[in-house]
Design a binder for this molecule. Structure first.
Ligand code: FCB
Length: 426
């Protein structure tokens, strides 16, 4: 009966009817994310691997074997599917694929191709990140994205990877959070960090036998941003050239910048941290939103976190609704479909992750109800993993990983997110 009645409605009206009842649009992506360097282990050819080891370093511990996902990817992908999610976001490691400038490793390309196949065999949409912070060590030793020809080098890698896996991808992210250096530079404690990072880079340059070592983290964004934007555009073209036909875009590190008082710096801050990359997303197919918290912004910049606020292991405010503000902002500025490509919380208390997921998804729901074209929610992270300079302490995973045996154990939050996904309802 209900089906007959629905049959008489137009597509738009049907969609509206389904959404009123709580369903999300068909094809909505429900996923979990990882990044190569953070989970694969032994990414020895990358810039970060070297930076973790030089003296002095700002990394609290080396990544080592990470979650051993380079060997255990079948198990990881199977877990994503068993939870009831329908997509897996992972990254390819440029350092493994192009081991020296212009030298490509067929076995590494085959590896990522097998990952894509495993996703498809399990009914998961493969969402591939081409660059998730780490770059090859040789690339960093040539000056990384501080050099003009970096765009061409990135595009050549993107072309090679696309020719191997493009025919089977569902969605591609060129750069993960290319604006991260701007965000880090805006942090009050950054002055100290930059000094320490400078010494680390100098030491890495010596090790690499170069006079300049650069990485996409902790650099002065004024030296890299225009080249990264050019690399994004060239990479976008290379990926769109095919094979395959799927949406391609950048993902942004974007916090909910909430202005406080009539006169505040929120708008200016948004422009500085996100403006250039939202513009790049406007010239792409979608915008990837990666949100963890909010900032309160007063007339002189960021205000302290409210005194009684709950804090995460990252010392940021536990504020799951942040993603509502950033989806709305990114959609309004770019006019493009939005995928939440990362959202999550660092906590040892998994009941707080469950609460975080509920709070964030409520906002996603509201955005969709308001007519915003949100097409997916990908949680960070599938696994407890190597959280860059902070090492293994922060726990972002839906699934815990025993550091000695690599045994994976889904947490209640993983099953919780899976239930939303299976019902496609919020
Ligand atoms: C994002 C990164 C991701 C992870 C999370 C916690 O900035 O993209 O690799 O570190 O934060």
């Amino acid at each position: 009966m209900a089906a007959t009645m629905l049959g008489a409605l137009s597509v738009g009206a049907r969609k509206a009817f389904a959404q009123k009842r709580g369903n999300l649009p068909k094809g909505f992506l429900w996923g979990a994310a990882t990044a190569g360097h953070q989970v694969e282990g032994n990414n020895t050819g990358s810039d970060i691997w070297l930076l973790e080891r030089v003296k002095p370093t700002i990394f609290s511990e080396p990544s080592g074997s990470a979650a051993d996902s380079y060997n255990r990817y079948v198990e990881d992908i199977n877990i994503v599917a068993e939870l009831g999610l329908n997509c897996y976001r992972f990254s390819a490691e440029w350092a493994r694929i192009e081991t020296e400038k212009g030298q490509f490793s067929q076995s590494a390309l085959d590896h990522y191709s097998r990952m894509v196949d495993q996703c498809l065999a399990k009914g998961l949409a493969p969402v591939l990140t081409y660059s998730h912070f780490s770059t090859p060590r040789w690339f960093a030793a040539l000056g990384g994205f501080e050099e003009k020809d970096s765009a061409e080098m990135f595009a050549r890698y993107a072309d090679r990877l696309t020719r191997t896996v493009g025919d089977r991808l569902a969605l591609a992210i060129t750069f993960n959070e290319p604006n991260i250096a701007r965000q880090l530079a805006a942090m009050p404690a950054f002055g100290e960090l930059r000094k320490a990072a400078g010494q680390m880079f100098a030491s890495a340059a010596r090790e690499a036998g170069s006079n300049h070592f650069s990485s996409s983290l902790f650099v002065d964004p004024d030296r890299t941003e225009s080249n990264m934007l050019a690399a994004h555009r060239a990479g976008y073209q290379a990926i769109k050239a095919g094979p395959g036909s799927f949406l391609v875009g950048p993902s942004l590190a974007i916090a909910d910048e909430q202005g406080v008082g009539d006169v505040n710096q929120a708008e200016e801050k948004r422009r500085t941290l996100y403006g250039a990359w939202l513009e790049a997303a406007r010239g792409s197919d979608f915008v990837g939103v990666q949100t963890y918290t909010r900032n309160l912004v007063g007339p002189d910049g960021d205000l302290p976190i409210p005194e009684n606020a709950e804090r995460t292991q990252m010392e940021s405010e536990f504020y799951p609704s942040a993603v509502g503000g950033t989806i709305r902002y990114a959609a309004a500025i770019t006019g493009k479909p939005v995928y939440v490509t990362e959202n999550g919380v660092a906590t040892e208390d998994d009941t707080r992750r469950v609460a975080y997921i509920d709070g964030a998804l409520r906002e996603v729901r509201r955005c969709i109800d308001d007519g915003i074209d949100v097409r997916g929610y990908i949680h960070w992270s599938l696994l407890d993993n190597f959280e860059w300079v902070l090492g293994y302490r922060p726990k972002f995973g839906l699934v815990s990983v025993d550091r000695g045996t690599f045994r994976r154990t889904p947490k209640p939050s993983a099953l919780h997110l899976g239930r939303y996904a299976r019902s496609n309802r919020i």
